[in-house]
Design a protein around this ligand. Structure first.
Ligand code: ZN
Length: 381
């Protein structure tokens, strides 16, 4: 009798993790959009760099930054993550636009890591592996010219609006949306929590239902979604909105987007909240506006103020000890961020030569981002 009890106990312990809610053991496929340094990887000039300079904006690069942080957060929560690629500079076999910086995609690079670009190859792999979740990361652009004052969040799933061909796609997007919307550092121009842009790809792109079937037999519009797994492609913001493009030039700003994607996926699986919190902000002038042909901002919005390149933001703990600092980049975004902070009270000290010093008390809460938007007055003394 004793022996049977012992065996039963072991059996229950072994089963417990499988039955538990959350991301543990779940398989998530992350597809950072695009992949190379070609003209088709959405290159754009920025205030400091010319178009096609690898230091300038490439959607392929920024989508990867988001995806790598998402991967890290998912893995920390116990998920198994499959990445279509983990580095930049990969193109489909025979891509005529490939540059000297690009290599042809492969199922195993020198580290044994796949670097897949061709959308059909990715869709085929997703269909055969059948992960619990699939997400394609992108940013958006307006048609007909750069620099339009348009910036919204958009989720697209395979099918018609209100009719997801892979059932569960709409539900996943609706759960994720509020987490991604929580970004007061950008300037949204439309869509909202009340009017979520969660759409069928055929409806949104103007295709005729049920769309063209791929070789696997799946219909729809977006090639990367033509598989059996409930999924979506998310346009996190518009890189054609120039102030947002300057923000996307900062890797940590993109990492914060990765964190927000993680929260949406974690919520879907009913996972535990992250134990740590985050601070993210933008530091700008209180007196000076920005005027540049590559920075067409929304009138009267936060984007009118000059971002303070090179500013230093100090993080002080509750005893007033400087524990970290962040040096703002020179890309006209003013972004600063502190990741993986213990919940509690902190002080931020903003120190920029030529400006009046400013301090701000903040509270960091687990699983949340505390946003700050300090603006500093010029010091005329
Ligand atoms: Zn894209």
């Amino acid at each position: 009798m004793k022996r049977i009890v012992a065996i039963t106990a072991v059996f229950i312990i072994a089963l417990a993790p499988v039955a538990a809610k959350g991301l543990k053991g779940k398989v998530v496929y992350v597809n950072p959009g695009h992949g190379g340094w070609t003209i088709n990887d959405r290159p754009h000039a920025t205030m400091n760099y010319e178009e096609m300079d690898t230091m300038s904006f490439f959607e392929s690069k920024t989508c990867l930054w988001k995806g790598l942080e998402l991967r890290d957060r998912l893995q920390a929560a116990g998920a198994r993550v499959i990445m279509s690629r983990t580095t930049n500079g990969w193109v489909s076999v025979g891509d005529k636009n490939a540059t000297a910086n690009d290599r042809e995609e492969t199922y195993a690079d020198e580290n044994g890591q796949q670097q897949l670009i061709t959308l059909f190859k990715i869709a085929s792999q997703v269909d055969s592996l059948n992960p619990d979740y699939f997400i394609a990361l992108h940013s958006n652009a307006t048609g007909g010219g750069d620099g339009k004052k348009v910036n919204y969040l958009l989720y697209m799933y395979r099918g018609e609006t209100g009719n997801d061909y892979a059932k569960g796609s709409i539900d996943r997007a609706m759960v994720a949306y509020p987490y991604m919307w929580d970004n007061p550092l950008t300037v949204w121009t439309s869509s909202s929590l009340e009017d979520k842009y969660v759409a069928g790809d055929l409806t949104w792109m103007g295709g005729t239902p049920p769309g063209e079937a791929n070789a696997l037999g799946y219909t729809g519009w977006l090639q990367v979604l033509k598989h059996r797994v409930p999924s979506f492609l998310v346009e996190g913001s518009f890189h054609s909105y120039q102030p947002e493009r300057q923000r996307l030039m900062n890797r940590d700003y993109c990492r914060m987007e990765g964190v927000r994607h993680f929260r949406g996926i974690n919520a879907w699986f009913g996972g535990k909240p992250e134990k740590h919190g985050y601070i993210a902000g933008t530091i700008k002038s209180a007196d000076e506006t920005i005027n540049d042909p590559l920075f067409n901002y929304v009138d009267d919005s936060d984007d009118q103020w000059l971002p303070l390149n090179g500013a230093v933001v100090y993080l002080l703990d509750s005893r007033g000890v400087k524990i970290r600092h962040y040096k703002v980049d020179n890309e006209y975004n003013g972004f600063f961020g502190f990741f993986y902070l213990k919940p509690g009270r902190y002080t931020l000290l903003y120190d920029v030569p030529g400006y009046e010093q400013l301090t701000e008390q903040v509270v960091v809460t687990r699983d949340k981002t505390t946003y700050c938007k300090p603006r500093l007055h010029k010091n005329y003394k």
